[in-house]
Design a protein around this ligand. Structure first.
Ligand code: GLN
Length: 307
């Protein structure tokens, strides 16, 4: 076996018995996830995929979609207009917090729900159907294959997503949403319900690490400067109120989601993804945080490391 797969297998072996954390249940369909699912996938800049554990198990992308849709919006509206509408400051608050600037209603950053909903509204389209199609096409180009929606998760999320609808209405009332709040929340629910595997997420992360060019398909999905902005926001805000400890301990731009997915990008080196449903108090997957901590220490992945 090759040394990368050996290392991934070792991390997997050491962490699969970890029983901390709790599977998210505020979206009822997510509560059906198997807490023992645990997969690690890594994609190199040469487009090679390495895996350990269950890496082909499909799950909904949830908040891991946020950086990719942010990169899409940067291309549609340009960085200045996007910044005018969503700030880039870590909120220090949970992912579903009402982090809106007093007066303007501008969300703190695009990695929390408020900012992500505002970002979804920024994707240029003639109507909600086209907006979602463009989001799905973008996520698919990052993954290098045609993705689809988990309709059960979508239905479950739409039935229970009043807090996200409320965020959309609050921004709308402050004049900071720029689209219909019901339609925007619905598009955001669909975006969160897009079905992926750990391998898909690793290819998506590797595309960010590779300056926006998918290392498997060779397609330039988004321009490089937009990737630099996206990775910067991931580094400061990608792990919600766990972002500071994450940057200290792991030192890679990353994004987590409530279904247990996590991506991290090591620029010009590789993209990595972990899938493991049980979450810590900040909503980050416990085994994934531990796995990346182990890998970072062992291979010197921290971006602040000297040569
Ligand atoms: N769809 C989820 C929500 O809006 C996404 C949150 C997450 O993954 N942290 O509540």
């Amino acid at each position: 076996m090759d040394p990368v797969t050996d290392s991934l297998n070792e991390v997997h072996r050491r962490l699969r018995g970890l029983r901390d954390g709790k599977v998210a249940d505020y979206i009822p369909q997510l509560a059906t996830a198997d807490p023992d699912d645990f997969g690690i996938a890594l994609v190199s800049m040469a487009g090679h995929t390495y895996r350990a554990g269950r890496t082909d198990r499909p799950f909904s992308i949830q908040s891991v979609s946020k950086p990719f849709v942010y990169a899409l919006a940067l291309g549609d509206l340009g960085p200045e207009e996007v910044l005018r509408r969503v700030d880039v400051e870590p909120s220090g608050n949970p992912f579903n917090a009402i982090s809106l600037e007093p007066g303007t209603g501008r969300p703190a950053n695009p990695m929390i729900n408020a900012g992500a909903i505002a970002t979804t509204a920024m994707v240029r389209a003639d109507g909600p159907a086209e907006r979602f199609r463009r989001i799905l096409d973008c996520l698919s180009a990052f993954a290098g294959r045609v993705l689809d929606v988990d309709e059960e998760v979508y239905a479950s999320e739409a039935a229970t997503g009043d807090r996200n609808r409320a965020l959309a209405y609050l921004m709308h009332s402050a004049g900071s949403l720029g689209a219909d709040p019901e339609e925007t929340a619905d598009t955001y629910f669909r975006q969160c319900s897009v079905r992926v595997t750990a391998v898909d997420l690793a290819v998506m992360a590797a595309t960010l690490a590779n300056g926006g060019r998918n290392p498997v398909t060779g397609v330039q999905v988004v321009p490089e400067p937009h990737v630099v902005r996206t990775l910067s926001v991931m580094a400061t805000c990608g792990m919600y109120d766990g972002a500071g400890a994450w940057l200290l301990n792991v030192g890679l731009p990353a994004k987590s989601g409530v279904s247990g997915g996590l991506i991290a990008a090591s620029p010009a080196r590789f993209g990595v993804a972990v899938h493991s449903p049980p979450l810590d108090g900040a909503g980050n997957p416990v085994r994934a945080v531990a796995a990346l901590g182990m890998m970072s220490e062992r291979f010197g992945l921290h971006i602040m490391h000297g040569p």
